[in-house]
Ligand binder design. Sequence first.
Ligand code: C5P
Length: 222
Amino acid sequence: MYPVSIAIDGPAGAGKSTVARMVAKRLNFLYVDTGAMYRTVAYLCIAHSVDATNSQAIIQMLNQHDVTFQMSDDGFKALVDDVDVSVQLRDPKVSAHVSTVAAHHEVRSRLTTWQRTFAKTQSVVMDGRDIGTVVLPDATIKIFLTADVEERARRRQREFCKNGHDVPLEEIIQAVAERDARDSSREIAPLKAAGDAIQIDSTGKSAERVVDEILSLVEDAH
Ligand code: C5P
């Protein structure tokens, strides 16, 4: 049987990662957090003072480091030269840089190839911005997950808080809206729902409820 792939796209803070991880666990599929992959590139730019607007410098930097991703029940981990940098990826500075890095064709093409490799041999739940449109256009099920911007910002605030960053809500609303605008308006692989994606609005819903909705769609697809 061919591997099954579930693509979950949507704007920042819509709950994609939480829901995708839970769906993957319930189905015993691999969870691939493609946002963490772009964040790893942004983190490396900051750590090595590489200009995030210079795609050639970014590719050169990537060639100089051993970047790997580990997927397990604990979630999705990013390792740079064997050091786990997963916590650093949630830093607000990384969030501020990541959509600039993600706009480069060279960066996207490298990460897209990697993401497709994961889905070739194993069943996956993959979340991001362009999974249903570009990375896995033949995904078994495509979800476009949204929520209103204030709720999304509150979720990000709780995530920042857990990682020791105290950021005012207004600041997060603005940052999230700006990032969505950059992700939606870029030329290559912009954030948008695939024509055949099923839209789920998670405003006011628990993660468990959204997971159940997705699992029933998976069951219907069989
Ligand atoms: O999902 P997360 O908020 O961690 O994604 C961080 C950023 O990575 C997004 O704002 C976007 O710029 C970029 N991204 C992307 N394509 C994906 C996943 C993430 O451009 N498939």
